[in-house]
Design a protein around this ligand. Sequence first.
Ligand code: TRP
Length: 335
Amino acid sequence: MTRHGTQAAAATPAHDSALPAGRAGARRATMIADVRDGLSRKQKELPPKYFYDERGSKLFEAITRLPEYYLTRTERRLLGRYAGPLVRALRPRTLVELGAGSAAKTRVLLDAMRDAGCGEHYVPVDVSGEFLAATARRLRAEYPGLRVTPAIADIAVELGLPSNLPHPVLFAFLGSTIGNFDASAAATLLGRVRHAMGPFDRLLLGADLRKDVAVVEAAYNDAQGVTAEFNRNVLHVLNRELGAEFDVERFEHRALYVPARHRIEMHLVSRQEQAVRIPVVGRVTLRQGESIRTEISCKYDRPSIARLLRRSGLALEQWHTDNAGFALAVAMPMP
Ligand code: TRP
């Protein structure tokens, strides 16, 4: 048994050359590297993208319907009010949606585009390939005449957009997914969007706002325990895909707001001292009460969004909010 959690990370990638080729092999190799890197840090971490296998995607859908999870509901209400005018002013030929998921809110935008007679092409971008394919199939059936080109990409690394998209393009980045990136990663990501933009393109950004801590914490720690199940799902994914031996019951979900950083953090807290075997990666040890951080969700206000956009070469053009504390921002490329 190793005494240090960090020892796992020191294991050499001896098996990498034996990895299967192709997309599945690449995913596995990336996952091994991510897990090895994340679990060797002082504050252990796992990247949030591994939440979203089929079960995780469904659990997240369930989160968006929880009474405590005000974000989705509020954003949809704002979209209902502002999508029409935005689409009529911009007349986008393409909608690119980052982190599309099941595209539930996308219909509001696609309907507005259809009503304005301007949408030709929809490009949903997501890490979860299976989910994306199902979404694309459904949307093709619902919007005959709309070209749907799904792009499987980890937006933390690349956008994976097809070339020669018809402009103007409306980029949509909803659900406050931007908040799941720290400040520098968020600026890099939005910079990538900026780079793909033409002068008449726009970015529609959904951002959760700073508010009463109890309200935020309840949204990430619901009474029914759906978020807890979602959080622990990442361990199921590692067990299945890497053959890791996490005993999921030995981890407790915790969501805590860190006021100094204006963000809520999701952790999996070890209920006891334990060692977990992860093939290829090694053995990871956790003390009782030690946690693995699985997600951050930053909360904003208007100045912090304007600053983030500016860092990415974008300018805040419109700002729409309501009293539930969520905002839709429209950004344009800075000349
Ligand atoms: N983008 C969502 C958010 O920051 C993602 C999310 C919601 C989430 N609930 C979660 C991520 C629970 C991890 C755990 O609100």
